[in-house]
Design a protein. Sequence first.
Length: 367
Amino acid sequence: MPFDPLQPYDDLPDLPPAADVESKTVLKACIDARAALAELKSAGQRIPNQAVLINTIPLLEAQASSEIENIVTTSDALFRHAHREDGVEDAATREALRYRRALRVGIESLRARPLSTRIAEQVCTLIKGVDMTVRRVPGTALANHATSQVIYTPPVGESLLRQKLANWERFIHERTDFDPLVRMAVAHYQFEAIHPFTDGNGRTGRILNLLMLVEQGLLEQPVLYLSRYILRHRAEYYHSLLAVTTDGAWEPWVLYMLAAVAETSRWTTAKIAAVTQLQDAAAAFLRERAGRIYSRELVELLFVQPYCRIQNIVNAGIAKRQTASVYMQELVRIGMLQATKVGREKLFVHQNYLRLLTAEDHAVPSY
């Protein structure tokens, strides 16, 4: 029976795919992507304070993954409100911050249990800010944003969806004969095709990609900025996903995901190297211009919290409040930070670091 986008795709085939998804071309691309990912993992391990990465790159991932779904905020707004979600007026910024929290909670959940439907429900609930469970009612359909034409109707019925999700779980954990990156690509398609929730499936699926990489030991922390590639190749992302359904075109889809892993691994590795250079430059600058307040812990904090508060210094045990205030004033005086007010709160902004994080290139700014 030919595929009909207006009818629920209840006949979505179980995994593994009947087609050969590990062709010579795919396996060659796997070698390249695995090497780039291993280099990223190694680069991340060389950062003494992991919070420097964990507090920043997942925010960039959250922004890009949200923008794929046309939920648009700015990196500046995200970093400004990174310490709390409550009180953020902009709805898009709140959703992107919830994405960051969902990613963190997902990683923590992996310590207790394997990747599962339950973790997917937990992640989607945190992204949406309301309780999200597997769909119980029909009516979900995917439409072309430009034409509003329905292009895909996912399977319906909670029992059927849970059966397909159980098969998805078994494929992830039992089919170790497939390369883990191929498994990630195949599992991502299947999750999006099952489309288990009424909303938030794309963002949930992209978090699950990162969780799979961590669970498989390919990354220690979710610092791969994968949505950057997808955002820049969004039309191809959706086209390749749909082509698996309509034409069984597995190879182009898997190659797309492998290219995403390889390119973003290299980009993120280069960004980490630049951050390390900037951190060294910041330490040297602070020792030279205000050596009396210099400490390694203070420099690290300015990279963990690019929008820094006096209380951050106090909480880190670097100084008591009065001394912390003096430190901040001195950092502003030498031009390392800029003072700004958000409402009644005074923030101290590390502009050089923000500039480096959000730039497409990896040029290291000078102080």
